[in-house]
Design a protein around this ligand. Structure first.
Ligand SMILES: Nc1ncnc2c1ncn2[C@@H]1O[C@H](COP(=O)(O)OP(=O)(O)OP(=O)(O)O)[C@@H](O)[C@H]1O
Ligand SMILES: [Mg+2]
Length: 296
């Protein structure tokens, strides 16, 4: 049985709803009933419009799902379910692996489980989740994630950007900080690959903002280099607001300037000069810290 998990948006609401109904409906009756059983097409569409979801299939048949949400800098998994017939086949683990990919850059993954379902609680604990709160009838479990990454060379930096790029959705703002030549544009090249936008991400020498259109009907990438910007007025002049909701906006040298553009942002800090290295070596390490910040 080979399980395929893909990221889905509101378009997949009907499939996700069917899996939610089948998997949550097969559980022993709970008092109060699981919120999941009250979902309808509209409510699932709304849930999926936040940060999308995950749909697991076996031979193209939907067998598992999860809705992605955020709380602070953590990723929250909602409506995590596997249909009865597919249980024990590694579907839940495949969904969790995909959730880990979707959580790159976040400090934790958080789930809520019903305390009357010890097997569910045990599943999360087996995967390293620990209880972080208990509000009967629910147990909150969390898995802490690393937010600092080593990039020994430019290729690794692009690879990290690519993994982050795959987690981003329309409306996201990324603010890049790091000295001249730290690797901000190199990281952005990876973001472009992960987002599947038209390539050629370079340092915008003459233009301050460049739009890279999506190749897959996803969000465009708007790449801004604020190095030569005089201040907030000039940032306003770029009229980024026009594309902010429909694109992913990335601002090099944006710290202290770009924060006002969105409710939440991913702050990427690249540090260089991590010790001596032999001359002419390809290895020129950087350390990258990722942090989602909500509010100013
Ligand atoms: N570990 C590494 N991570 C990132 N880039 C690296 C690394 N090692 C070497 N490099 C090289 O360092 C350079 C980084 O340049 P890049 O344009 O990405 O920096 P930047 O932070 O955008 O600079 P600027 O401040 O001028 O915008 C590239 O030539 C890249 O190949
Ligand atoms: Mg640059």
């Amino acid at each position: 049985m080979s399980v395929v998990v893909r990221r889905v948006g509101p378009d997949a609401a009907a499939e996700v709803l069917a899996v939610v109904r089948e998997s949550f409906g097969a559980r022993p009756p709970l008092d109060p009933p699981a919120d999941a059983l009250g979902e309808d097409l509209d409510s699932v569409r709304r849930l999926l419009s936040v940060r999308g979801g995950l749909l697991a299939t076996v031979d193209d048949v939907p067998v598992g799902c999860a809705v992605l949400d955020v709380r602070g800098d953590a990723l929250v998994l909602r409506r995590f379910g596997v249909t009865p017939a597919a249980q024990g086949g590694g579907v839940a683990t495949a969904l969790l692996d995909a959730a880990l990919d979707a959580a790159v850059g976040r400090s934790a993954i958080v789930v809520l489980a019903r305390e009357e379902l010890p097997a569910t609680v045990a599943f999360w604990q087996r995967h390293g989740f620990v209880e972080t709160a208990r509000v009967p009838p629910c147990v909150e479990l969390s898995l802490q994630l690393p937010t600092t990454f080593e990039a020994p060379d430019a290729e690794t930096m692009r690879g990290l950007g690519e993994r982050v790029g795959r987690t981003l959705v329309a409306g996201d703002l990324v603010v890049l900080t790091g000295e001249l030549g730290a690797g901000k544009t190199t990281f952005t090249q990876g973001l472009g690959t992960g987002l599947q936008v038209r390539g050629g991400v370079t340092s915008p020498t003459f233009v301050i903002a460049r739009v890279h259109p999506s190749l897959v009907a996803g969000p465009d990438l708007v790449h801004v280099d604020a190095y030569r910007l005089g201040g907030l007025d000039e940032l306003d002049d770029l009229d980024l607001d026009a594309s902010l909701d429909s694109a992913v906006t990335v601002v090099e040298w944006g710290a202290g300037l770009a924060e006002a553009l969105a409710e939440a942002r991913l702050e990427v800090v690249i540090e260089r000069g991590l010790g001596d290295r032999p001359d002419g070596d390809e290895i020129d390490p950087r350390r990258v810290s990722l942090r989602w910040v909500v509010g100013q």
